[in-house]
Every structure is written in structure tokens, then in C-alpha cells.
Design a protein around this ligand. Structure first.
Ligand code: NDP
Ligand code: 8X3
Length: 255
């Protein structure tokens, strides 16, 4: 077994692109998401293309028991995980605070905060005895600046930022790296999920800009993971050229 990366949310977007990137770079992969069929297809493709070993581990990151049981069930030869890309997450809805669906709030809190915590806790338990490992959490610029109708999504990503800082401090004594990556607008399935299949609303997010692509973010994730053992990027914000932060987007000069 070579170096092992565990990627949550690998059925789409950043997670899927990261799976390609790590596989192409010689890693063996543990791939998680809820959509089993997509994971199986990706595993078969990566296995034959890059000759890597792939273990699919489908579960819902928001279900505490499923997370801990699934990670406990990983075969021994897969347990020496080098990198965790703690990426599964979503926005559900974009609505005023006083109009937003409580179900959407619960889904985001359960997935983006509890899911990130459960997976990180279960995987770092495997890293700690080896005194080695790297956790890469996916935050967002939404966690850096709160924007209108972003209320709970922004709060969950702000929580990922805080959790990453806390993990970095508390895991220092175990020599585990913790990186939090905060992308700006990126063209994945994110907006289709956020707007519940409303293609027009999803497209509008990327209108007039050359947004980040999943591969751009995957390259940055891999870069963070490929630094020498004594170097850690703690916090990294990336946006496309036409975005300065959550508020300022230049939609007039598409390069
Ligand atoms: P996608 O919608 O393309 O991918 C999200 C992935 O998360 C899917 O593989 C999905 O798989 C998985 N996922 C969602 N909920 C769960 C769950 N409960 N359990 C397990 N897996 C789950 O979005 P992105 O790739 O863009 O997003 C990845 C991360 O990056 C998210 O945390 C997002 O908040 C963050 N982000 C996205 C930005 C963007 O503009 N796209 C910018 C900044 C941050 P499945 O449905 O099969 O379970
Ligand atoms: C996703 C990017 O700007 O929609 O986290 O919040 S944004």
C-alpha cells in the first residue's frame, strides 16, 4: 500500500477532482460520499487509469454512528491514512434569515459542522498513534465574510474555520497537520444543490465570470498535501481573478 488519502464528498466537485489528482500522483484512495454508484464508477476508472488501490466507503457524514462504524470497519492495511480531505458539505437554500427553511438549516449544520467533526475525530484517532497525518478541511470564503441570505451556510463555514484552528492547537502535540482551505465561487454541483435543481438560479452564480473549477481547488489541496513534513499551510483563501471576497465580484471583464 502506498500513501493513503481519505476523501469525503468524492462523488462530485472538489472531492472527485481531488481523487483524480491524488490518484495521478501515486496515492491509494479511500472514497466517501452517499451516492454509492458514482463512487463505484470513479473507483473503477481511477483503478484502471492510475493503477491505484481504491476503497469505497459510502456513508452520510452527518450520521454519527455510520461515520464511526464505517471508519472502524476499514481493513487494517488501509488504516495508515496520510491525508484526510474533509470536504463533504453543502449549502441548502439562499433565503432571508426570517424566511429560511429550518430543515435546510439543520441539514447544513449536521453536514458541514457535525459531519466535519465526526470524520475528523474518527480519522485522527488512526493518525495519532502514528504521530503523523494531515487533515485538510474545506471551509469557504462564506466563513470569512457573511453575505446576505447566507446566514446558516456562512455560520457553518465560519465554524469549520474555528474548528480547524482548534484542531491545529489541540493536535499539535501529536504532530498532525491541519489546513483549512477557503475557496470562493467554484463551478461544481454546489449551486444546483443549493438551489435545489433550479438550473437558472445555479447558472446565475457564475454569470460573467470565469469561476474556479473543481480541478483548480484540487490542485491547491494537493499542493498543501505535498509540502515537506515540517511545512504546513494553515489557512488558505483562493478565489478566481474576478472575485475579491464574498462581496466584490467583477462580472464586467471576463478575461
Ligand atoms: P458538490 O455539490 O459538487 O460536491 C459535494 C460533495 O459532498 C458530493 O460528493 C456529495 O456527495 C458530498 N456530500 C454532501 N452531503 C454529504 C453527506 N451528508 N455525506 C457524505 N457526503 C456528502 O460541491 P463542491 O465540490 O463545490 O463542494 C465541496 C465542499 O466545498 C463543500 O464543503 C462546500 O461547502 C465547499 N465549498 C464549495 C464552494 C463552491 O463554490 N463550489 C466554495 C467554497 C467551499 P453525495 O451527494 O453523493 O453524498
Ligand atoms: C461557496 C462559495 O460564495 O457561494 O462556499 O459562499 S459562496
Amino acid at each position: 500500500m502506498g500513501k493513503i488519502v481519505f476523501i469525503t464528498g468524492a462523488s462530485s466537485g472538489f472531492g472527485k477532482a481531488a481523487a483524480y489528482k491524488f490518484a495521478a500522483s501515486g496515492y491509494d484512495l479511500i472514497l466517501n460520499a452517499r451516492r454509492t454508484e458514482r463512487l463505484e464508477e470513479l473507483a473503477a476508472e481511477l483503478g484502471s487509469k492510475f493503477n491505484c488501490a481504491v476503497l469505497t466507503l459510502p456513508f452520510d457524514v452527518s450520521e454519527e454512528k455510520a461515520v464511526f462504524d464505517s471508519i472502524a470497519s476499514i481493513p487494517d492495511e488501509w488504516k495508515a491514512i496520510d491525508v484526510l480531505v474533509n470536504n463533504a458539505g453543502l449549502a441548502a437554500g439562499r433565503d432571508y434569515f426570517d424566511e429560511a427553511s429550518l430543515d435546510d438549516w439543520n441539514t447544513m449544520i449536521d453536514t458541514n459542522i457535525k459531519g466535519v467533526l465526526y470524520v475528523a475525530r474518527a480519522v485522527t484517532a488512526l493518525m495519532i498513534p502514528r504521530k503523523s497525518g494531515h487533515v485538510i478541511n474545506l471551509g469557504s470564503i462564506a466563513g470569512k465574510e457573511v453575505y446576505d441570505k447566507g446566514n446558516v451556510y456562512c455560520a457553518t463555514k465560519s465554524a469549520v474555520d474555528a474548528i480547524s484552528q482548534a484542531m491545529r492547537i489541540d493536535l499539535l502535540r501529536h504532530s498532525i497537520k491541519v489546513t483549512c482551505i477557503h475557496p470562493g465561487a467554484a463551478e461544481t454541483e454546489f449551486s444546483m444543490v443549493r438551489f435545489k435543481g433550479n438550473e437558472e438560479a445555479a447558472k446565475k452564480v457564475y454569470e460573467g465570470i470565469t469561476a474556479l473549477q473543481a480541478e483548480d481547488v484540487a490542485d491547491v489541496i494537493y499542493y498543501c498535501a505535498s509540502l515537506p513534513p515540517h511545512v504546513c499551510i494553515n489557512d488558505l483563501v483562493l478565489t478566481c481573478l474576478q472575485q475579491a471576497n464574498s462581496f466584490y465580484i467583477n462580472r464586467n471583464s471576463n478575461p
